[in-house]
Design a protein around this ligand. Structure first.
Ligand SMILES: Nc1ncnc2c1ncn2[C@@H]1O[C@H](COP(=O)(O)OP(=O)(O)O)[C@@H](O)[C@H]1O
Ligand SMILES: C=C(OP(=O)(O)O)C(=O)O
Ligand SMILES: [Ca+2]
Ligand SMILES: [Mn+2]
Length: 670
């Protein structure tokens, strides 16, 4: 700059005060420059640059540029489109208005687009009743008279501002993520998930013992729907997201999410596939709509209700209603249930699995219950990430259902999981974490809100994400179990029948908790490693998996990411570094070449050596000092498997007794 410190040209004093006269010995200040001085200054100072803004208001209006339309208004033939931008936005509002309409009143909600607080920007939004925009919002109880402002597909930055302004517990962390609280519920509520049983779904879906589908009738659904819609319309503003599910363009599903919280809108922005501006213009009517009124409870006097929480699915109406839980994962997993219904109808298998692909195009699936390692192990710096949780396997290959990942954050470390660590930045939703109130550094070891701390980020935040998130037919199908009993081998190669047996069993063991006194791990069996999300009987998905694995020559593996050297309490969790080496050997094909030995009880084939893994841990019996304890625990777990499988076997025999016997024989023998 020309101003070198001696020249005080940046200051201008107004009128002849003491400073000007220099009577108290203050340096004389030049307020006017000679023509020569001005000439010398090539780089002008602030006071000399032309001022565009005439007023402060004007200045602020200049700060924000209007988004330019991304598509020229032409039709497919390059002719000027008959549908004007205003008309298109009007259609869009009409569609949202229909979504929010009451089913019992004749007058629907009056909706306008835009934030009621941003009156200055009124001109940028299309408004149904233009003259009302910018007038004070009257909080009238008569919903026919009040306006509901629609915040439609806001950007992450806009959603941050909304969250921070009105949602208590919203903060920006040191790395730029949005820390939020999900409220009283910090995990899913599977016992409150209901599905409307009507003439169609009665025959189509899996009901009764073991099924996750708790029935409700159409009328009760409508009561809860009305409750949610009324609640949403009672608010000044609601968020609407129009997005997609499934990266396979042939089987893409259009979803609309109507929610009350910026947190929910940003979560779904990250988790679903984000449409381009062009795709959004042609969005039209959604295939499925979620009404998330999670801050508002359901009415316990309503038939079927057993708590203040209800997550209700109506397949005929293509709608889902959420009352009494703000846990965002309900939306993501609710849509996953929908896909478990829609996709098999099209001969496509929906999978509760992570998925990645090697440089040579070899695809691996990672099935497993919560906490077994789908997200951690599919996020692999040496491979392309297709997705961490929900996929489809069709005749075209695999495709991710989602547009983002939902990683557990408890004890997250930069060293062990660098890609997930680095994904926690601006745009990422961080649920229920604890952070330093001043530095905003997150303490990932803190469990004081919940152990289920989470980060939801767009998949492109992982550097080697494969976009579009699709890949060829899988080569390896890895079943992950976190065995807290410590008796399953770190890895075993499965026959097709064994793969089916373990897929249908869906075993993992939960550690009883960190409280003292509770030492026993609890076995959990969740059919297809996702019983909470399946809509049809597990054998339907298993049959499809068997058929696809056979057709495409995929190999099944069982990987224990849980305990070694004893059960929970005496042994330790297998080191993530070892599990990664095991997974590397599966991907490279090296593990297919190993020598195998069959174990007793489970009859699992275990390799004798894997590069980078101590050979002695490959057979769990070697790691237990108490050999009797090992045998006892092994038999106990075998017994739990057998008991769990009884019901499934009985069902399968009716359908195909030969296949049923074959799969049963692949289970443990006591
Ligand atoms: N050997 C291991 N293999 C996989 N994950 C492990 C292992 N040891 C510890 N972990 C931890 O277990 C958790 C696995 O959770 P996650 O990958 O989110 O499971 P999912 O996606 O299947 O719910 C992560 O927090 C991870 O750091
Ligand atoms: C979000 C979930 O998935 P996961 O724990 O498998 O990552 C869930 O089960 O609620
Ligand atoms: Ca899960
Ligand atoms: Mn996961």
């Amino acid at each position: 700059m020309a101003n070198d410190g001696k020249d005080n040209g940046e200051f201008s004093f107004v009128s002849g005060g003491e400073a000007e006269t220099g009577r108290r010995g203050l340096p004389k200040i030049h307020t006017e420059r000679t023509a020569a001085e001005t000439e010398r200054d090539i780089c002008h100072d602030d006071s000399t640059t032309p001022m565009r803004a005439r007023t402060l208001e004007h200045l602020h209006s200049l700060q924000k540029k209007r988004s330019t339309p991304t598509t020229p208004l032409t039709d497919a033939h390059g002719v000027f489109s008959p549908v004007s931008e205003a008309e298109r936005q009007k259609q869009q509002l009409k569609s949202i208005s229909a979504s929010l309409a009451s089913l019992t009143r004749e007058t629907g909600p009056k909706i306008v687009r835009g934030d009621p607080e941003k009156k200055a920007e009124a001109h940028t939004g299309t408004v149904l009743d233009h003259h009302h925009f910018g007038e004070p919002i009257l909080n009238l109880s008569d919903s026919a008279l009040k306006f509901t402002h629609i915040l439609y597909n806001l950007s992450p930055a806009e959603l941050y501002e909304q969250a921070i302004k009105v949602e208590k517990g919203s903060f920006i962390t040191a790395t730029g993520a949005l820390a939020t609280l999900s409220g009283a519920k910090t995990g899913r509520s599977p016992r409150d998930k209901r599905v409307v049983k009507d003439e169609t779904t009665e025959d189509e879906l899996w009901w009764g013992k073991g099924s996750p589908n708790i029935e409700m009738d159409e009328h009760t659904f409508l009561i809860n729907r009305e409750r949610a819609v009324d609640y949403l319309n009672s608010l000044d503003k609601v968020f609407v997201n129009d997005q997609f599910l499934n990266w396979d363009p042939e089987h893409r599903i259009k979803v609309r999410i109507v929610s009350a919280r910026a947190y929910h809108s940003l979560f779904m922005h990250n988790m679903c596939i984000r449409p381009t501006a062009e795709e959004l213009e042609d969005f039209g009517t959604p295939d499925f709509t979620i009404y998330n009124a999670g801050q508002f409870p359901c009415n316990r006097y309503t038939h079927y209700m057993t708590s203040s929480t209800s997550i209700d699915m109506n397949l005929a109406r293509k709608e889902m209603v959420i009352l009494g839980t703000q846990y965002a994962g309900e939306m993501k997993k609710g849509l996953f249930s929908l896909m478990h219904y829609l996709m098999p109808k099209r001969q496509i298998l929906s999978l509760h699995s992570g998925c990645n692909m090697g440089k040579n195009g070899d695809v691996a699936l990672f099935f497993g219950l919560s906490g077994t390692g789908k997200t951690t192990l599919s996020t692999d710096h040496n491979r392309y990430l297709i997705g961490d949780d929900e996929h489809c396997w069709s005749d075209n290959g695999v495709s991710n259902i989602e547009g983002g990942c939902y990683a557990k954050c408890i004890d997250l470390s930069r060293e062990k999981e660098p890609d997930i660590w680095n994904a926690i930045k601006f745009g990422t939703v961080l649920e229920n974490v604890v952070f330093d109130e001043h530095t905003r550094e997150v303490d990932y070891s803190e469990k004081s809100v919940t152990e289920n701390t989470r980060a939801a980020y767009p998949i492109e935040y992982i550097p080697n994400a494969k976009i579009p998130c699709v890949g060829p037919h899988p080569k390896n199908v890895i079943l992950l179990a976190c065995d807290a009993f410590g008796v399953l081998p770190p890895v075993s190669k499965l026959s097709l029948a064994q793969t089916m047996y373990h897929f249908i069993s869906g075993y993992t063991a939960l550690v009883a908790g960190t409280e003292d006194g509770v030492k026993e791990p609890t076995a959990t069996f969740s059919a297809c490693f996702g019983a909470a999300f399946i809509m049809l009987h597990p054998s339907r998905y298993a049959a499809m998996l068997a058929e696809k694995m056979k057709k495409h020559g995929a190999t099944g593996w069982l990987v224990n990411t849980g305990w070694s050297g004893g059960s929970y309490g005496s042994g330790n969790r297998i080191k993530l570094a070892y599990t990664r080496k095991i997974i590397d050997a599966i991907h490279s094909g090296a593990l297919l070449e190993a020598n195998y030995t069959k174990t007793e009880v489970f009859g699992l084939e275990i390799p004798d050596a894997i590069e980078g893994v101590p050979a002695e841990i490959l057979d769990p019996v070697n790691t237990w000092s108490n050999k009797d304890g090992h045998k006892e625990t092994l038999l106990k777990l075998g017994g739990l498997f057998k008991k769990n499988y009884e019901g499934i076997h009985a069902y399968q025999v009716q359908r195909d007794s030969k296949l049923a016997e074959e799969i049963l024989a692949a289970g443990p023998t006591l």
